[in-house]
Design a protein around this ligand. Structure first.
Ligand SMILES: O=C(CO)[C@H](O)[C@H](O)COP(=O)(O)O
Length: 263
């Protein structure tokens, strides 16, 4: 097979990505999370440069005899998994997903990572399970499917992703026929939509599912759970990049190690 994503080239499609994380920090996070993969398990394989370090580490473990089956969340993660030798399966061919590992574009830096013990947590802003924005790589629809199916969902990030209040544009995957109607609806909600453009093609990004992506700037998002519900209810929206309450832990890599936050 030809080399679609040579590992050395390191997944450079960063145009919608947060700048700033060091490769060492990403590697530490990804490799630490990959240590959670156990023999005989089905593993969701996330998308992006941080998740790629986990995929590579799982590939090395497979070389050493680990028995796993991976479920990729994108064309990119599928190609990388094939390249590093992880046997693949699909969501509809398994009884369940034991563990999924994925990156994020922003992770709300909640003061208390455990909502159950945080008396101040409100229903709308509960930090149980984490509050994330994903979809910088346009893969959030499958990423959310796999995350929701997983018994354990681990987020891998470098410190540049941590933020007190989510404020970056929310990626919204939409049916192509709905780009004007969804844009109008999100403007009514106070958002400013931009149809994501492809870097190496004239025209918009087309997702792995054949859809388009609107990046919607809302400014600081004070009620992410409420916004998530509202966005999901708009006809023509396939999936949005707000991930609320899905995560079991976030592994924040630094140049020196990893901080594990559980929810
Ligand atoms: O959600 C994603 C793709 O849709 C990625 O996980 C997210 O963009 C983070 O990527 P990276 O680790 O390269 O910063």
């Amino acid at each position: 097979m030809y080399n679609v994503f040579p590992l050395a080239a390191r997944l450079r499609n960063q145009s919608m990505k947060t700048e700033g994380g060091s490769e060492t920090a990403k590697r530490n996070a990804g490799e630490r999370a990959a240590e959670e993969v156990t023999d005989g398990s089905v593993v969701g394989l996330g998308t992006g440069s941080t998740a790629a370090y986990a995929i590579e580490a799982i590939g090395r473990a497979v070389d050493d005899g680990l028995d796993v089956r991976g479920i990729p969340t994108s064309f990119q993660s599928r190609q990388l998994a094939l390249e590093v030798g992880i046997p693949l399966t699909s969501l509809d061919a398994v009884d369940g997903v034991d563990l999924a590992i994925d990156g994020a574009d922003q992770v709300r830096d909640d003061p208390s990572p455990n909502a159950e013990t945080d008396a101040n947590a409100t229903a709308a802003n509960s930090n149980g399970g984490g509050t994330l924005i994903k979809g910088g790589g346009g893969a959030h629809a499958r990423e959310k499917l796999v995350a929701a199916a997983a018994d354990r969902y681990l987020v891998v990030a470098d410190p540049s992703k941590l933020i007190p209040e989510l404020d970056r544009s929310v990626p919204v995957e939409i049916l192509p026929a709905a780009h004007t109607t969804v844009a109008e609806r999100v403007r009514e909600l106070g958002g400013e939509p931009t149809l994501r453009d492809a870097e190496h093609k004239d025209g918009p990004v087309v997702t792995d599912n054949g859809n388009l992506v609107l990046d919607v700037a809302f400014g600081p998002i004070d009620s992410p759970a409420e916004l998530a519900t509202t966005l999901a209810s708009i006809p023509g929206v396939v999936e949005h990049g707000l991930f609320i309450g899905l995560a079991d832990a976030t592994y924040v890599g630094t140049d020196d190690g990893v901080e594990k936050r559980t929810y």
